[in-house]
Design a protein around this ligand. Structure first.
Ligand code: BGC
Length: 317
């Protein structure tokens, strides 16, 4: 619980170490870490596409030059007193062929855990971003237990984050089997209503038809409130802290709606004691504009402005 409160308010450095070929890309510059720390965030979630930088046969060695790039990101965050979440991102091959890729997935985690054993407790691991496809709930429950054991072998005290199959959607939480042990945080991604948050997103079929979808008003707010209340209730039942590891609205939505939605999700999360990380820092959902070197003020305010904290909330230490 302590660590989850410490995760507090976070932001994803998406499309940096997880960039897809031909997609947007954020160069991982030291100054972005300064901006995030100075703005008042607690945590950087650092998505990493390890599977594109590792051998395809045993011992599935991670490319040393790529490992050094991840090291640089981890250290840049830790050196500034931030927490940092390192995940396995965009491992589509594992989701498509879990049996075939399981040995490679476990070998990746053995290498990652061994590399960072002994690092600050402010570093957390997240086993897999958005399991989907053939990684059904029951398959994923078995795979995650094996991956957790691989991490624990090399780095027993590390806080590990794990989310449900079905792309980490809140509705899939009930099918997530979390091993009975401490030092775990559950995670979900929150993008509802999808027609609002993903309007115009090139990678979502038909998303251009959702353009113009605005967000706000009592019914919209009630829907978010209900969704997040269920997430929090699940966490309470299991005795597990919950981290909303991604939430955000794509840049094609109007800024006023994006800011309203972002502020509301953030406020509800904090009221319920859920930690969070906005998707994302500096590309297509960007709260920050790297070209002008400035925060997009409505989004910065929605994420960090006062007064979202409900009276009596113990969200932050
Ligand atoms: C994916 C991104 C995508 C975002 C919102 C992330 O998990 O890695 O590519 O932009 O979700 O859909």
């Amino acid at each position: 619980m302590e660590t989850n409160r410490g995760l507090g308010r976070g932001i994803n450095f998406g499309n940096a170490l997880d960039a897809l070929d031909g997609g947007p890309e954020l160069p991982l510059a030291e100054r972005w870490f300064d901006e995030v720390a100075a703005a008042g965030f607690d945590t950087i979630r650092l998505p990493v596409r390890w599977s594109a930088h590792a051998g395809s046969r045993p011992p599935y060695a991670i490319d040393p030059a790529f490992f050094r790039r991840v090291d640089a990101g981890v250290h840049a965050a830790l050196d500034r007193g931030l927490r940092v979440v390192v995940d396995v991102h965009h491992y589509a091959e594992l989701c498509a062929a879990p049996d075939e890729h399981l040995p490679r997935f476990l070998a990746l985690w053995r290498q990652i855990a061994a590399r960072y054993a002994g690092h600050s407790g402010r570093l957390c691991f997240e086993l897999l971003n958005e399991p989907r496809d053939r990684l059904t709930a029951s398959r994923w429950n078995a795979v995650l237990a094996a991956a957790l054991a691989a991490v624990r072998d090399a780095d027993p005290g590390r806080t590990v984050i794990v989310g449900p199959a079905g792309m980490n959607s809140p509705g899939a939480l009930r099918a997530l089997a979390v091993p009975e042990e401490g030092n775990l945080i559950a995670t979900v991604h929150y993008y509802a209503p999808f027609e609002f948050t993903h309007q115009g997103a090139g990678w979502v079929e038909g998303a251009h038809r959702w353009l113009g979808h605005t967000w706000g008003g009592a019914a919209d707010e009630a829907a978010v409130r209900d969704d997040l209340a269920e997430v929090a209730a699940w966490g309470r039942e299991r005795g597990l802290p919950v981290f909303i590891g991604e939430f955000g609205a794509f840049s094609a939505a109007d800024m006023a709606s994006r800011a309203r939605w972002t502020a509301f999700v953030r406020a509800e999360a904090e009221r319920l004691g859920l930690s969070w990380a906005y998707w994302e820092f500096g590309t297509d959902f960007g709260a920050y504009d790297p070209v002008c070197a400035k925060w997009r003020e409505p989004l910065r305010q929605a994420l960090l402005g006062e007064p979202a904290l409900a009276a009596g909330s113990d969200f932050r230490r």
